[in-house]
Design a protein around this ligand. Structure first.
Ligand code: AMP
Ligand code: MG
Length: 507
């Protein structure tokens, strides 16, 4: 065996031998140990007849657990709180937040519990069981989640991850025969959400508005220590400023990424905003089918506060709410300065992503105009956003550009041809050849998108006891840029009836 072969063998061997068995998993509980200012210890209310719907091998791997452990029957009990992981100390986190612009002091983990944390390869992952029963923060809620909403969260987490966009992840779904009343009677399910932190903007707002400044200082210190190098030993004011700078940058990059893939979150309240910039709390989200910047996915969002094109502005609004909570320790001018980086970071990150989608390696002044011309054309020509960019990744200057024409209303074909002439001229100033460009574009323009009609199809199958479509879609979304020729049907545009499926907040 050569030296390099030996090294590789040792690496593989080490990786394999390090993967834990499920029975070896032991949780830590740093967050629960922070004490009563931060929440309440409480046991989950398990299901009587739990059944595993799916376990996600990709997240097992992330946690350092052997992916083969996905089939262990223990998941049914672990995934519904009937059995706890070793060391687990279930804890309902307290937070508040601004919902649709109005402060609500009564929020918190009303149906989810932090189970504890797993350390893997130098990162610490929190496990959060959603749908686990009532807590002191349930208000009038039943503490449950339904199968439909857990599947939507599960798929969306993996879709965003597959697209390379920061998101919480989903480890498993466990279903039950327990009836749960929403618009109709559904069945209860639980999901284990995984993230490096479940701290939301609303955690800071709670401690600020209840004047628990020592606890607020502690939380700022904890997040700085874990996520912002160089803040150790700083005074609290400096730490709070560093935190706002960090979260502003992460949130700006996140929303730029959403805009570039056509993801509408749907409920961007401050309690649904992650302090580390993960996509967080999946409710009535949607990926755009036809490109429509005014799209509102949540049918109870009557004013369009959270419409697709409003997202950058609303994220900045939320950052202002966070800044207000940090004003206990930082002056207004310094807070304002931190927030001022938001717009430039969004613009730069969005421009970079859109240039990549268009296959432009070089940066030119006219690129932004080229891109916005195209978006206008897609909007008025009622083109499917993702299908268009995927087709553009196969474009080689052919005339007529039939594959692209097919995606727009005929009334817009000549406008598209004009745009393609500009695009062709722009491409002549690139150095890569068309094959290289096509390959690069295929790696950023996904073939498989979590469309609402697909989610609906998978949910209906699962409600009838068939979980195969769910597993197939989960796998496709985890590698959405690959061709998967045998799965072509999952890449289709929605039928007319599958566009604009109304989505409610009920979950
Ligand atoms: P969400 O709409 O999931 O972001 O939740 C908003 C607030 O309502 C949070 O404080 C949740 O804990 C709480 N909540 C949502 N659904 C339920 C439920 N079924 N039972 C108890 N609390 C809930
Ligand atoms: Mg929420």
């Amino acid at each position: 065996m050569s030296h390099s072969e030996h090294w590789r063998f040792t690496q593989i061997f080490t990786l394999q031998s390090k993967a834990m068995k499920l029975s070896e998993v032991t949780l830590e509980h740093h967050y629960a140990d922070m004490g009563e200012a931060f929440g309440t210890p409480i046991a989950p209310t398990p299901f009587r007849h739990p059944k595993v719907i799916d376990t996600n091998p990709s997240v097992l791997q992330l946690l350092g657990i052997d992916p083969n452990e996905k089939s262990d029957p223990a998941w049914a009990e672990l995934g519904c709180g009937a059995r706890l992981f070793k060391g687990s100390r279930p804890f309902a986190m307290k937070y508040t937040g601004h919902q649709f612009g109005v402060y609500n002091p009564d929020l918190g983990d009303g149906r989810a519990l932090l189970l504890g944390e797993i350390e893997s390869e130098g990162r610490r992952w929190e496990l959060h069981l959603k749908g686990a029963g009532k807590t002191p923060y349930s208000r009038f809620g039943d503490g449950r989640a339904v199968l439909r909403s857990t599947i939507r969260e599960y798929l969306a987490s993996e879709a965003l991850y597959g697209l390379g966009i920061p998101s919480t992840r989903a480890l498993c779904i466990v279903g039950s025969d327990e009836p749960v009343t929403r618009e109709k009677i559904e069945t209860g399910a639980m999901l284990i959400r995984v993230a490096e932190s479940h701290v939301r903007f609303g955690h800071f707002e709670y401690l600020f508005y209840t004047k628990q400044l020592e606890a607020l200082q502690e939380l700022i210190g904890v997040i700085c220590r874990r996520f912002i190098p160089g803040t150790e030993g700083m005074a609290v004011g400096e730490q709070a400023e560093a935190l706002l700078r960090f979260t502003t940058r992460r949130s700006a990059e996140l929303v730029a990424a959403w805009q570039s893939v056509g993801f509408a979150h749907g409920v961007l309240n401050t309690d649904n905003m992650s302090i580390i910039g993960d996509t967080f709390d999946y409710g009535p989200y949607a990926f755009l089918d036809d490109y429509d910047p005014t799209f509102i996915c949540n049918h109870s969002d009557h004013t369009g506060r959270y419409a697709f094109e409003q997202q950058p502005g609303v994220v900045l609004w939320n950052l202002n709410a966070l800044a207000h909570a940090l004003s206990a320790f930082v002056g207004v001018d310094a807070l304002r300065e931190c927030l001022e980086q938001f717009q430039p970071v969004v613009s730069e990150a969005y421009a970079q992503r859109m240039r990549a989608k268009l296959g432009l390696e070089k940066e030119e002044d006219g690129d932004q105009a080229l891109c916005s011309e195209l978006l206008k054309l897609l909007q008025h020509g009622q083109a499917d956003y993702s299908l268009f960019f995927r087709a553009l990744a196969h474009y080689r200057g052919e005339r007529p550009a039939s594959a692209l024409h097919e995606l727009l209303k005929p009334t817009h074909h000549s406008a598209l041809d004009q745009w393609l002439e500009h695009y062709d001229r722009r491409l002549t100033r690139e150095t890569n050849n068309s094959r290289e460009r096509n390959l690069a574009m295929l790696s950023v323009n996904p073939k498989y998108i979590l469309r609402n009609y697909l989610a609906q199809k998978v949910i209906e199958a699962a409600e009838d006891g068939d979980y195969h479509p769910l597993r197939t879609l989960r796998q496709l979304l985890q590698s959405p840029f690959a061709e998967h020729p045998e799965r072509e049907v999952w890449a289709s545009a929605p039928p007319e009836s599958g566009k604009r499926i109304p989505l409610s907040c009920s979950s």
